[in-house]
Ligand binder design. Sequence first.
Ligand SMILES: [Zn+2]
Length: 259
Amino acid sequence: MGRMIAHLYLLHDVCQSRIHRLFFYYRSICWKVEYILEGDEMRYYCLEIDEGEKEPYAYGASVGEWPRKEIHCPLCQREWKKSTMYDWGTDNPIVLSNDNYPDFLWFYINHISGKAKDVLEREKITGYSLEKAHVLSVRDLSDLQLKELRRQGIRIHKIPTEPPVYHKLHVAVSAEFYKKSNVILLDRCPECGYETYSAENKERVEARDYLYLREESLKGADLFRAKGYGVTVYCSERFVEVYKRHELTGLTFTEIEVL
Ligand SMILES: [Zn+2]
């Protein structure tokens, strides 16, 4: 009888340890699943300007007028001036504000350095195309242009005489917002591209506020802009990793909410 009880105890212990083992096995599966899910969850960021800490980075100042074209639309009958700043082939000459050149230079459309171009190509970053930028030397400027730049607060003696090559970074407008965002594209004229959208409850919409991107609309691109709010460029986690690994300059990143 005593042996029987001992045996039962032993069996009980074996069962317990089995249960324990199973439990730990189960826990480790859970952890693995959690780990995989976390690893799979893509993070997205919006590109913001790093103005430079010790010494301010150069930024682009427009030499001509804001590029626009007059539209007389036969379809929606609207007459309006369409900005061509983000269009391919628009000539918008700029000067640089000083000679502390970042890899990502702020202008209304991002300009990137030769180094950044090489890195993005080598790392096979997706979602963009490049066009050579028109960067003027201070020697190219007329008296009238100099006067206008002075009026904009540009210090003329800091404008480089031999600026480096920059490329305009064209990023496709592809992502969509969720309905709960404060910017909702209501209508787009298929002929002239005039867009009407509501920006409810806010006078000024900040890039990372109240904007929720639809993850399924991102289609795996590393760089993208969003319909209805084309000013901001967004990027994938991979882009941030590449940017940091190659020690590129001129940007900061703010994580955004993607639903
Ligand atoms: Zn139209």
